[in-house]
Design a protein. Structure first.
Length: 379
């Protein structure tokens, strides 16, 4: 439970009682009446609906529905407005300052209060910023006053995702400053990394691949590791180098309803290199199912057909070269065979054997002649 603060106003003739003074704990004078020597005070109670939350006297008691007490204010015995803590800095010099005591703040209550004229109109200026904060704003985001400081429901980082407005806005949505919004998101994701809204922050660090390998079930990391596996399955390489940041592995991973890091994950700067590497694959169609390839605008069937035709042409050309080499080798062998033959198809072995036979026959004839010649002389 917390205390909220608001200025309170009265109409000139609306009061709860007339008394010589209004000095009890829950009553203040709104005006002096009567002549000198017979002065009276028009008194108003802190819980009275004669106190209003609109400066023009409209509405009802600013703390209606809650505990209430005066912070200060009213008219002194001498007829002058009383000063009180924060009167000028917080309560806009209103005649009365009220504290709505022991207010129970929940996301359900905040959602209900976002449609209450009382809760979005009554309030004070914040001492830190000088900006007016309604009771609703104080309950949601806290307030600093000269009286005391009140923590807001949304200052608890675990409430960042809670819906606190009738339009469906969460604490995070209601933060107007972009830097503060990001800082709150980062703080939240440090303790709640399993929240789907943390997927971008989970993959935003410089060591996001190592982090995700250590935390493979976290939102963002699941998609990232799947993308890396898809790369590797078709032969693409260097997920941490060539493919750059997480957006290169899972395009648009930081789009949608997510908490953002202080430095946003930029669109992939290496998309061309990835797409070119895909086009260099032998099996281009194998990359059709990988997430990153969807950003390449590749007609996988057409590119595969081109690749196959080029490959077929190369194979045909290679086959032709092999055939020509075989024919050349056969021709060389035949030439060698032809050059080893003598006229009439006689080879050298045959010619050698024939020559040897002729030589032996000649020797035999000579021997016969030699043997015949002496016989003839003896006669």
């Amino acid at each position: 439970m917390v205390n909220l603060f608001t200025a309170a106003y009265v109409s000139e003739d609306e009061y709860d009682r007339i008394a010589n003074n209004c000095n009890d704990a829950h009553t203040r004078s709104m005006r002096r009446v009567g002549s000198s020597g017979d002065r009276k005070h028009l008194c108003v109670k802190d819980s009275s609906n004669n106190l209003r939350y609109r400066e023009n006297g409209g509405g009802h008691n600013p703390c209606k529905g809650f505990g209430v007490r005066f912070v200060g204010g009213g008219i002194s015995g001498g007829g002058s407005p009383r000063d009180y803590d924060g009167k000028s800095t917080n309560f806009k010099d209103a005649l009365f300052g009220l504290m709505c005591e022991n207010v129970t703040v929940t996301d359900g209550n905040l959602k209900k209060w976002s449609g209450s004229d009382q809760m979005v109109t009554a309030g004070v200026k914040d001492s830190r910023t000088g900006v007016f904060k309604s009771l609703y704003d104080q309950a949601a985001f806290g307030v600093y006053t000269a009286v005391e400081n009140t923590p807001g429901y949304c200052e608890n980082i675990n409430n960042l995702n809670k819906v606190i407005h009738k339009d469906g806005s969460t604490c995070y949505d209601m933060i107007k400053n972009a830097v503060e919004q990001k800082a709150k998101g980062i703080q939240y994701c440090k303790t709640n990394p399993k929240d789907p809204k943390c997927k971008c922050i989970n993959v935003s660090g410089s060591d996001f691949i190592r982090y995700c390998k250590s935390n493979p079930t976290l939102p963002g990391c699941v998609e990232l590791l799947k993308g890396i596996a898809e790369f590797e399955s078709v032969g693409l390489t260097s997920a941490s180098g060539l493919f750059g940041n997480a957006d290169c592995i899972v395009p648009n991973i930081c789009s949608g309803d997510v908490y953002e890091p202080l430095s946003p994950v930029p669109p992939c700067a290496n998309k061309t290199a990835i797409c070119n590497q895909i086009l260099d694959l032998d099996n281009i169609k194998a990359a059709a199912g990988i997430t990153a390839a969807q950003a390449c605008n590749i007609n996988f069937a057409a590119e595969q057909e081109k690749k196959d035709k080029v490959k077929q042409a190369e194979q045909a050309e290679q086959a032709e070269r092999v055939e020509q080499a075989k024919l050349a080798q056969t021709s060389t062998t035949e030439d060698k065979k032809v050059s080893s033959r003598l006229p009439f198809g006689v080879n050298r072995l045959q010619a050698g054997l024939g020559g040897l036979s002729s030589f032996l026959l000649l020797i035999c004839l000579i021997i016969v002649i030699i043997l015949l010649v002496p016989e003839k002389n003896n006669k």
